[in-house]
Design a protein around this ligand. Structure first.
Ligand SMILES: [Zn+2]
Length: 66
C-alpha cells in the first residue's frame, strides 16, 4: 500500500502549489502566476525553463529573451 501513500502525498503537494499561485498583499489577493488566456483566470500556466503551458487545454507560450 505504499503507492497509495505516495499518491496522497502528491495530492497534498499539488494543493500547496496552487496556494503559491496567489500572494496576499494587504487586503488584496493578487495572482503572481500567469493564467491561461484560453481557459481564463483560475487555470494557471505550468512554468518550464523556456516556456509556460496550460495543463488543461495544452496552450503553450514560449518565453522569449535572454
Ligand atoms: Zn488553457
Amino acid at each position: 500500500m505504499a503507492d497509495e501513500k505516495a499518491k496522497q502525498a502528491e495530492k497534498k503537494e499539488l494543493r500547496k502549489a496552487k496556494k503559491d499561485c496567489y500572494k496576499l498583499e494587504g487586503e488584496t489577493l493578487s495572482r503572481i502566476k500567469k493564467h491561461c488566456p484560453k481557459c481564463g483566470p483560475g487555470v494557471f500556466m505550468a512554468e518550464h525553463k523556456d516556456r509556460t503551458s496550460c495543463g488543461k487545454c495544452g496552450y503553450t507560450e514560449f518565453v522569449k529573451g535572454r
